[in-house]
Design a protein around this ligand. Structure first.
Ligand code: ATP
Ligand code: MG
Length: 195
């Protein structure tokens, strides 16, 4: 079994994540792809994020329509700073027969050397860098990670940062996130305009 792992803050999860995951899943021949929301992303620990339980719930809503996808609570349940190496070790223990493929966007991969135990990550999983239309990692950065591969994915120019800003400005999220995620944001008053 080829098991993909797609980590992120998912604050909120959006259509860019979803379409990148579809492309990666198909190009990499993955049987399953787990979206893994971080409890606290170590490289973003200085800024506050929506509660982890809400980000997990929204990620579940985002992926609900695709049987290949699931939202995985490993990092949220572990709590604290979320290190991918710990998550991969937990998945390896849980799914000993699976080949793990770690999907990382090119922007996130740019800081891969700062992650905890990058060499261990590269030995636990094949690192697949999701390259959006020309946004390809440098040859040296790629060569530094044994076995890393580049996977072209379509370009969907949307980010959680932009979505939070839209919500804070009172603008609609329609088209940026799926309808269930938009509904969750409004029901739970996430990213609300400051009053
Ligand atoms: P933020 O703006 O808060 O950084 P984000 O939209 O980048 O949020 P993250 O949760 O940081 O979302 O990203 C999780 C993973 O998804 C990372 O590997 C990132 O590179 C990738 N990613 C984010 N946005 C897109 C997109 N539009 N298309 C493809 N991959 C994306
Ligand atoms: Mg990001």
């Amino acid at each position: 079994m080829r098991l993909g792992v797609f980590g992120g803050t998912f604050d909120p999860p959006h259509v860019g994540h979803l379409l990148a995951a579809v492309d990666a899943c198909e190009r990499l021949g993955l049987d399953r792809l787990l979206f893994v929301p971080a409890a606290t992303q170590p490289l973003k620990a200085s800024r506050s994020a929506a509660p982890a339980a809400d980000r997990l719930a929204m990620t579940r809503l985002l992926v609900a329509g695709d049987p290949r996808f699931a939202a995985d609570p490993t990092e949220v349940e572990r709590g604290g700073l979320s290190y991918m190496v710990d998550t991969l070790r937990a998945l390896r223990a849980r799914e000993p027969g699976a080949t793990l493929v770690l999907c990382v966007g090119a922007d996130a991969f740019a800081r891969f050397a700062e992650w905890r135990e990058p060499a261990a990550i590269a030995s636990l999983a094949t690192v697949a860098v999701l390259a959006r239309d020309g946004n390809v990692p440098g040859a040296a950065a790629l060569a530094a990670v044994p076995g890393a591969i580049v996977v072209p994915v379509r370009r969907v120019d949307v980010s959680s940062t932009e979505i939070r800003a839209r919500a804070a400005a009172g603008r609609s999220l329609h088209g940026f996130v799926t309808e269930p995620v938009a509904g969750y944001c409004s029901t739970h008053a996430l990213y609300r305009p400051r009053t």
